[in-house]
Design a binder for this molecule. Structure first.
Ligand code: 3NM
Length: 226
């Protein structure tokens, strides 16, 4: 059979690199409470597209060991594994990518160290930062905060109206963050988020797999008709 006569779905090619995979759905960020691996494994079972390893004030050896266990979990569940802030840790763990805050250096520098196939995300809080990150070669934008949160002290809260205002001005996937839970994610997705980044509403839930499933299903239900 010639390629011309094959049904379309058979000729569609799989992503060649992790970078070709789109960032969409549930984006889980780690906390520093007890039993992290078990809680993350339960969340991944519920359906997490991306896991971000976010760790503060721990020895490098600890981060390498914990990060490596989390990366293994991700490959078991088919989730992407991204390291927050730390380029060297992302490199040493051979993570799928790195997430940079506004003060963590330029995406170009990360690209140079990690190579062309890794995913680079940048935290943004307004249109100017979003356009700059896009121009600088980021693969996706973090955008927040949507709502108040106890997980981080926040200085900007553009909210869902801020998200809706930038949605059509940038082409990159937008990962909304800050105070998002299954109870309010609907509004965030309707405002244009491609993914929702969460810590507490999943990892502090009595059943992380249920909370992750609820968020994932919201994306299925709210996805626009083709
Ligand atoms: N960054 P939770 S808000 C890590 O607005 C982080 O940039 C934010 O945790 C930002 O889902 C935040 O528990 C914490 O609210 C998100």
């Amino acid at each position: 059979m010639s390629e011309k006569t094959l049904p379309l779905r058979l000729v569609a090619t799989a992503p060649k690199t992790m970078r070709d995979r789109s960032i969409a759905g549930v984006y889980l960020i780690t906390d520093q409470q007890d039993n992290l691996l078990e809680r993350v494994a339960r969340a991944l079972r519920g359906g997490v597209a991306v896991l971000q390893y976010r760790v503060k004030d721990k020895p490098y050896e600890f981060c390498l060991e914990e990060g490596s266990s989390l990366k293994q979990l991700c490959s078991r569940f088919g989730s992407l594994f991204i390291v927050n802030d730390d380029l060297k840790l992302a490199h040493d763990l051979d993570a799928d990518g790195v997430h940079l805050g506004q003060d963590d250096g330029a995406p170009q520098q990360a690209r140079e160290l990690l190579g062309p196939n890794k995913i680079i995300g940048v935290s943004t809080h307004n249109l100017e930062e979003a356009l700059k990150a896009e121009a600088d070669g980021a693969d996706y934008l973090g955008f927040g905060a949507m709502y108040p949160t106890d997980s981080k002290s926040i200085t900007h809260m553009p909210g869902t109206s801020g998200l809706a205002a930038i949605r059509d001005r940038v082409k990159l996937p937008i990962v909304a963050i800050g105070g998002i839970s299954p109870a309010n994610a609907c509004r965030v997705i309707e405002a244009g988020a491609d993914a929702v980044a969460v810590i507490s509403s999943v990892l502090s839930a009595p059943r992380p797999e249920v909370a992750a499933t609820e968020l994932r299903l919201l994306f299925n239900r709210l996805a626009p008709y083709p």
